[in-house]
Design a protein around this ligand. Sequence first.
Ligand SMILES: [Zn+2]
Length: 305
Amino acid sequence: MKQLVVSICLILSCVAASAQSKELIELKNDSLFISKVNEIVQKQTDSIVADCIKENPMTEYWNTRVFNPYKDVVVEYPFKITFKDSVYASPIKRRRRVVTSRYGWRRGRPHRAIDIDLITGDRVYAMLAGKVRYVGYVTGHGRIVVVRHENGLETMYSHLSRYLVKRGDVVKKGQAIGKGGTTGNTRGSHLHLVVTYKGEYLNPEYLFDFGEGNKIRGRELWVTRKWTTPYLHNSRRQSKIQLCTTYEEALKSKQTQRKVYVVKRGDTLSEISTKYNVSIASLCRTNSIKRNSVLKIGQKLILTQ
Ligand SMILES: [Zn+2]
């Protein structure tokens, strides 16, 4: 009996399958139908692929115990940062906001932040809404609060004297997160403001205008290596900002990046100047060095034409 039922089922399914294939053969001749099917399949595949690669920056590499959870992440360039807002909240609410040092090369070392003057005890505010990922003491930074934002950026507020939030807190844009101070490696009270994306330190001025109006420079900004490389900037002056708002622009600007020369044993300024057809005056100006400065092996010099 069981065998009979199984055979009937098999026969029925074969009939159904042959009917189906017959239908398909008939429809096969209809080229419009075929292209429509292809279109639907393509759309479905695209959406599946998109779902697979869609990341959630609020949960990815979320770790409240380590300062930098992105250590094994390799970031591909150029990358895009998107903003929903057109303005940010000022991290310091003094009448006059003074930038004392910028992202770039400083005293032979990279300075990967922007420094804003404050008096110990001044409140420090979250620039954008987000979630507090890290609160703690980090060598150099002192007491630090790290806020993760929806677009994957992290803003880090260093040298604090007090914390006003704890790990995991959801913060609004402009909410006080701590009080400024001098903890860590600092010559005086100021806010050392760091902006990172997946562990890459960005020049904050590429995204945020620290002049009047607290403007975010664009809704979609493409970041090239230039904006995460300190020796392409000078901490004493603002770099010329040329925004890339499309992928194509970012690719183009990559090609026009400035060349960097790494000093070797026995190099002199005049030799480098002749070899690369750059005047000594230009080399000194771009690199904030003097004509009689001693070049160090491994020092990076920017070559401008
Ligand atoms: Zn600093």
